[in-house]
Design a protein around this ligand. Structure first.
Ligand code: AMP
Length: 191
């Protein structure tokens, strides 16, 4: 299966996608993690990406698409992919569709995680203490939420129009949310 996860920062994309890939035995492709690795390596690409990430801005599409394009050629992604944090713009969504069409493996589902804004902010502030992520501070969080509304939320209509959008209530415990995801995936598989 090929699945994309969409949701505002703090909705649990990382947590839930990790659980789902273990359940479905498919490989994850998280642009946030790839970009954090690039940043930590100190490469020129990483340094460039860090200028955007540290301010909560999106890394430019060409840079993200180059990273994803190269990664997708790896053999573990031939039969299934769990995209996490990608695509985040319409341009990325269209580019992804094109490259998947060339491979003959279109997306099966776009899972949308939905949660209240207050809950999202609380979760991210908790995570900033636990994981010490540079971009989990109050100003950056507010900016990332705004970026999500402006640049990523339009993807919901894009996938709804394609008939593959599945909204998931992301309030509650990680176990509760994962049960809802498993039910939705089961329905899609048997459709
Ligand atoms: P994430 O771990 O998915 O929340 O991503 C952390 C940061 O990495 C984001 O705030 C962006 O700066 C950058 N990033 C991750 N994925 C993308 C993407 N698909 N397009 C642009 N920037 C991204």
């Amino acid at each position: 299966m090929l699945i994309v996860f969409i949701g505002p920062p703090g909705a649990g994309k990382g947590t839930q996608s990790k659980r789902l890939l273990e359940y479905l035995h498919i490989s994850p492709l998280s642009t946030g993690e790839l970009l954090r690795e690039a940043k930590a390596s100190g490469s020129s690409l990483g340094k460039l990406a860090a200028q955007y990430m540290d301010q909560g801005r999106l890394v430019p599409d060409p840079l993200v698409l180059a990273i994803v394009g190269e990664k997708l050629r790896e053999p573990q992604y031939a039969t299934g992919v769990m995209f996490d944090g990608f695509p985040r713009t319409l341009q990325q969504a269209r580019a992804l569709d094109e490259s998947l069409a060339q491979r003959g493996t279109p997306l099966d589902m776009a899972l949308e995680l939905r949660a209240d804004d207050n809950e999202l902010v609380t979760r991210m502030l908790r995570r900033s203490v636990a994981e010490r992520r540079a971009d989990d501070n109050p100003q950056t969080i507010a900016h990332r939420m705004e970026v999500y509304r402006q640049q990523t939320a339009p993807l919901l209509d894009y996938y709804r129009f394609k008939g593959i959008l599945t909204p998931i209530d992301a309030m509650g415990t990680p176990d509760e949310v994962f049960e809802r995801i498993k039910t939705a995936v089961g329905k899609r598989r048997s459709a």
